[in-house]
Ligand binder design. Structure first.
Ligand code: GAP
Length: 454
């Protein structure tokens, strides 16, 4: 596993992730996915959708708008209490999250999530927690800042309405509960999944793409009967874990972390944490939310959220088990997990990204041994690119081309040589073992398909 600096450098040089608006000196904590990164992230999103929608017959996908009626955020509680406790350094005028300052200082000996603002202020004063920017200990009191980005909408200056960029995708699933249930003739228990952008005006301490102000979430709400909800919560804990293993995570780098503090309506909540180079951090959450979300929407919208059980004629508001994971935070974990600096026989080194073939940006690189073989190589490239993302490279020595592919994690390199012209066979080099086999061009599609199945 590499540290964030090494991974960020590789990401920039190899086209995974670039700093946002870089030619204008950037915009803090914004990042753009490059040609290689967008493939990786799309494959991760596809793998998630496959597990939680395609292979889950009782789950349905939606794609709700980013903008929602502002009453949604009143009902969800975001307008009133979606905030971070922040304090300003009076000396250098930088703003910081009080809970982050304590977390870094206490190194796990106390949990700021369990503290009130007054207790955090007291801790910071007593332990002389100083400003990480200038080193002084001269703080304002804590103030809570709402994390939602707002903008206004309206045709005239006077008639402007305040609207928000959604801070989570979940509400798009809750407000469509009845639409999905009726249009798909769904019976409880069933699920609604969504992948989409979310925005939070967070103070972020760097750490590459770990915490950003714009990010994508993959969220799944499971609507179920109260009496089955704790059992279903356990099922989703396991499903979330198994999904991570299925895309190549080592279980040693994952752990469950039960929440110390539960929302008043919740019966249980936990995260799955990943061992990032900065330590164990939240990768995803699984939350038992009771019937709170649908009840609140019933109260604020005035529309009934009751479900009529067609078998028992019972009417009730279902409970919800929520599973939520950031696509960018998962992509970062995948990059950390895949990264290896390997020392080869003879002392040479290579950086290799051991992505699971199913999520690797490119499945195959087609490499003609010499430029005068490019016509045949392009023929093979065209054939394969109908089925998979394939890259083509004819520049530089074959050794250097292999290294480039190792660095972007391409699982298979197909080399075209003079024998290919004679007998239509190619060499396939495996990224991880570097072993090579010879295969007919006609067998390539099947061979690659077998390798990338999961
Ligand atoms: N609907 C529940 C919800 O939004 P959350 O714990 O605030 O819960 C869920 O967010 C997941 O979204 C997190 O586990 C993390 O993977 C991702 N996430 C949250 N805030 C993020 C941020 N600022 N940058 C990147 N990912 C973030």
């Amino acid at each position: 596993m590499g540290d964030f600096n090494k991974i960020a450098n590789l990401c920039k040089s190899r086209g995974f992730i670039f700093p946002g608006s870089e030619i204008y000196d950037g915009l803090a904590n914004t990042w753009d996915y490059g040609p290689v990164g967008v493939e990786l992230k799309n494959n991760i999103k596809r793998a998630w959708w496959k597990k939680f929608v395609q292979e889950a017959p009782a789950s349905y996908g939606v794609d709700a708008d980013i903008f929602m009626n502002s009453k949604v955020w009143d009902a969800s509680g975001h307008t009133a209490s979606f905030s971070d406790p922040k304090m300003d350094c009076k000396s250098c005028k930088t703003r910081h999250r009080a809970d982050n300052l304590i977390e870094v200082h206490a190194k796990g000996s106390v949990n700021p999530d369990l503290m009130s603002n007054e207790e955090m202020e007291q801790y910071i004063a007593e332990h002389k927690v100083c400003c990480p920017k200038c080193g002084r200990c001269d703080w304002t009191n804590i103030r809570n800042f709402n994390l939602m980005f707002s903008t206004s909408r309206g045709v005239t200056e006077e008639g402007q309405n305040l609207i928000y960029l959604r801070p989570e995708t979940a509400q798009g699933e809750f407000v469509n509960f009845l639409n999905v249930q009726r249009s798909m003739r769904a019976k409880v228990p069933f699920g609604i999944a969504q992948i989409g952008k979310a925005f939070r005006n967070e103070v972020t301490p760097g750490n590459f793409t770990f915490r950003t102000i714009e990010f994508e979430q993959m969220e799944h709400q499971w609507f179920c009967k109260a009496e089955n909800s704790l059992e279903d919560y356990e099922v989703y804990k396991k499903k979330a874990w198994d999904f991570l293993l299925s895309i190549g995570f080592n279980s040693e780098n994952l752990r469950y972390h039960d929440h110390d503090k539960l929302a008043h309506y919740a019966k249980a909540a936990c995260d799955i944490q990943y061992k990032y180079p900065i330590g164990w951090q939240e990768l995803n959450g699984i939350h038992h939310r009771g019937d709170w979300d649908l009840s609140r929407h019933q109260e604020y919208s005035g529309k009934s959220m009751l479900y009529l059980d067609p078998y028992t004629n019972e009417k009730y508001i279902p409970n919800v088990v929520e599973y939520s994971i950031g696509a960018d935070r998962l992509t970062l974990a995948v990059l950390c997990e895949a990264y290896e600096e390997e020392t080869l026989e003879g002392g040479d080194t290579r950086v290799v990204m051991h992505f699971h073939p199913a999520i690797a940006p490119y499945k195959v690189a087609v490499l003609p041994l010499q430029k005068n073989l490019s016509e045949k190589a392009l023929e093979v490239y065209t054939k394969l690119s109908k089925y998979f993302m394939v890259t083509y490279d004819e520049a530089g020595s074959i050794g250097k081309r292999y290294r480039r592919q190792d660095e972007i994690g391409t699982p298979m390199c197909v080399t075209i040589d003079f024998d290919t012209l004679e007998n239509n066979t190619v060499t396939i080099r495996d990224r991880d073992t570097m072993e090579q086999i010879r295969l007919s061009v006609d067998e390539l599609v099947n061979y690659v398909n077998q390798k990338i199945a999961y």
